[in-house]
Write a protein of this length. Structure first.
Length: 74
């Protein structure tokens, strides 16, 4: 039987950050759908800008997670 690699506290923190960003994207996407359905252009555009920002944060958090895995193997 193979032992599972131990996940270090840094990886756990990186995973929490990535999950937080994904949850934020889900929430913002739902809000954007509501704004689109309501034909609320101002809110739609504001949410779009926020979505772009949070998507960038998600990409950075995933990059940090990949880098950690590459460097530490956990």
């Amino acid at each position: 039987m193979h032992d599972m690699p131990t996940i270090c506290s840094e990886r756990e923190a990186l995973q929490r950050e990535a999950a937080k960003n994904l949850q934020a994207l889900i929430k913002l996407t739902k809000q954007q759908i509501e704004a689109l359905t309501a034909n609320d252009q101002a809110r739609l555009l504001a949410l779009d800008k926020t979505l772009e920002k949070v998507f960038g944060e998600k990409e950075r958090s995933f990059g940090a997670l990949r880098q950690h895995t590459k460097e530490h193997g956990c």
